[in-house]
Design a protein around this ligand. Structure first.
Ligand code: ADP
Ligand code: 5GP
Length: 183
């Protein structure tokens, strides 16, 4: 099974993915995407993302290397490499994707029953703002961009296989564990 995690930025996708990777390090592995944005905080090339230039990203589009890619924010590209699925499955692990809502729905359409799409829902837009500000690694301008997009992204929630409301963290982990155990 492949799990696709989607949510407005700041809702807790990374937190959910990290929980699964910590609880089951031999079972799951995160697909590392390419991005043209700069690394934030402690991010490392090849771990959180492959941080590449716009020129290199264009080259990889021309080579047909991506299963999907999006311009998620103005001028910033993100893309899922086809070779990531092969790499992780060859290692005997299940793939986790952390992608934006459009990319997630595209992946689900391509992968069909092989994948479960999971929408991580924030308790409210106000709480989403608090979390983005609290994370302390995103500029005020980018926070406004992400919040402006969040309400639009929330409207896609009914198209996902599963929804996890990330209010209380322990409760969110329980909902997620139940989804995984069900498969
Ligand atoms: P995303 O990957 O969706 O952008 P993150 O997982 O980075 O979101 O979470 C955004 C911020 O909110 C982080 O600082 C994280 O520690 C915090 N956070 C995540 N889940 C909760 C929760 N249930 N309650 C409070 N804070 C949370
Ligand atoms: P961030 O800059 O906060 O790491 O990510 C911004 C958004 O881009 C998040 O919603 C994240 O899930 C999404 N994203 C990351 N990688 C990909 C990808 O390969 N494809 C798509 N479509 N979105 C991605």
């Amino acid at each position: 099974m492949i799990y696709i995690f989607c949510a407005p930025s700041g809702s807790g996708k990374s937190t959910m993915v990290k929980h699964l990777l910590t609880m089951h390090p031999d079972l799951f592995e995160l697909s590392v995407s390419c991005t043209t944005r700069a690394p934030r905080g402690e991010e490392v090339h090849g771990r959180e993302y492959y941080f590449i230039s716009v020129e290199e990203f264009q080259k990889r589009i021309e080579n047909d290397d991506f299963i999907e890619f999006e311009q998620v924010y103005d001028g910033l590209y993100y893309g899922t490499l086809k070779e990531e699925i092969d790499r992780i499955e060859a290692a005997g692990r299940q793939v986790l994707f952390d992608v934006d809502v459009k990319g997630g729905l595209n992946l689900k359409r391509i992968l069909g029953d092989k994948a479960t799409s999971i929408f991580i829902c924030p308790p409210s837009i106000e709480e989403l703002r608090r979390r983005l500000e609290g994370r302390g690694d995103t500029s005020p301008e980018m926070i406004e961009k992400r919040l402006a997009k969040a309400e639009y992204e929330m409207s896609f929630q009914p198209q996902f296989d599963k929804v996890v409301v990330n209010d209380d963290l322990t409760h969110a982990f329980e909902q997620l564990d139940a989804i995984i155990e069900d498969k």
